[in-house]
Write a protein that binds this ligand. Structure first.
Ligand code: CP
Length: 311
């Protein structure tokens, strides 16, 4: 279905294609032996020019569980990029060794550029404050598994909505589903970018912006908490002033519905108090596990695995 294709942003996938990925991920979750050796002989390259725990390791775990192998680097200092090699030459070279490439880079647009030079399909694992499409697949699968469906829900996004690429990708993807309402909770300096506000207006998606989590938490089906993205700030003073704008704690959770779920792409810093982890509505670690299943489904699809042969 996705054989040979690159994935740069969520809108590269149709709703039907995403639905197929979610069904396959659910199948893998239910039957872990399914697709077990389907990528034997295939090689995944992970090129991480920025730190990562979940995205890199879940991709590597996904490939290993599919029977394939992994190579790559977790920080650019250990590659010839540190000697001045260009991104284009790096991905051209890696294409000689790998069947598929996963890349994270601090520059917006780097994944699209790299995909034009790569001879293998390339998956964007985050390009600056722009997009993070496989986090969106993770988030949507989590909503589908835990709320039963992706439509007809009110989703609150809280924290750094300006620099948070997971927010930008998820807002765009959710806007294609029926019955979605969105609430954006942030300090004025960290509001969603203007291009997203314009898109939501054009698509007539019901949404509101507020500075108060307490005022809206009781109306939400899904609360998507985010970290203030220190690495994207131009000065330390602004970061220190804004970093603890929102802290979700037990008192605030008491204002929420019994069936609301709390997502977070992680890593978390201070924005969710540890006491919330024991609340059954806190699903961010389950979410991290769904990330591996959906990345298994994605790798198998792009590498052209015949699902019927293996499950
Ligand atoms: N959610 C996410 O992208 O986490 P990492 O930065 O650990 O990969």
């Amino acid at each position: 279905m996705l054989k040979g294709r690159s994935l740069i942003e969520p809108l590269n996938l149709s709703l039907e294609e995403m639905d197929e990925l979610f069904s396959l991920a659910e199948k893998i979750e239910a039957e872990p032996a399914c697709l077990q050796k389907s990528c034997r002989g295939k090689v995944l390259a992970t090129l991480f020019f920025e730190p990562s725990t979940r995205t890199r390791l879940s991709f590597e775990a996904a490939m290993l569980r599919l029977g394939g192998n992994c190579l790559g680097f977790a920080e650019p200092g250990s590659s010839s990029v540190s000697k001045g090699e260009s991104l284009a030459d790096t991905v051209r070279t890696v294409s000689c060794y790998a069947d598929i490439i996963v890349m994270r880079n601090p520059k917006e647009g780097a994944a699209l550029l790299a995909s034009r030079y790569a001879q293998a399909p390339l998956i964007n694992a985050g390009d600056g404050g722009h997009h993070h499409p496989t986090q969106t697949l993770t988030d949507l699968l989590t909503i589908r598994r835990l709320k039963g469906a992706i439509g007809n829900i009110k989703v609150g996004f809280c924290g750094d909505l300006r620099f948070g690429r997971t927010v930008h990708s998820l807002v765009g993807a959710l806007s294609r589903y029926a019955g979605i309402e969105m609430v954006f909770i942030s300090p004025p300096e960290l509001r969603i970018p203007e291009y997203l506000r314009g898109m939501l207006q054009k698509e007539h998606i019901p949404c509101e912006e507020t500075g108060s989590l307490e005022n809206v938490i009781g109306s939400l089906d899904v609360l998507y908490m985010t970290r203030v993205q220190q690495e994207r700030f131009f000065n330390e003073e602004d970061y220190i002033r804004l970093k603890d704008s929102y802290i979700l704690n037990g008192n605030k959770m008491e204002l929420a519905r019994k069936d609301m779920i709390v997502l977070h792409p992680l890593p978390r810093v201070n924005e969710i108090a540890l006491e919330v982890d024991d609340d059954p509505r806190a699903v961010y670690f389950k979410q991290a596990k769904y990330g591996m299943y959906v990345r298994m489904a994605l790798l198998a699809s792009i590498l052209g695995v015949n699902r019927a042969e293996y499950c």
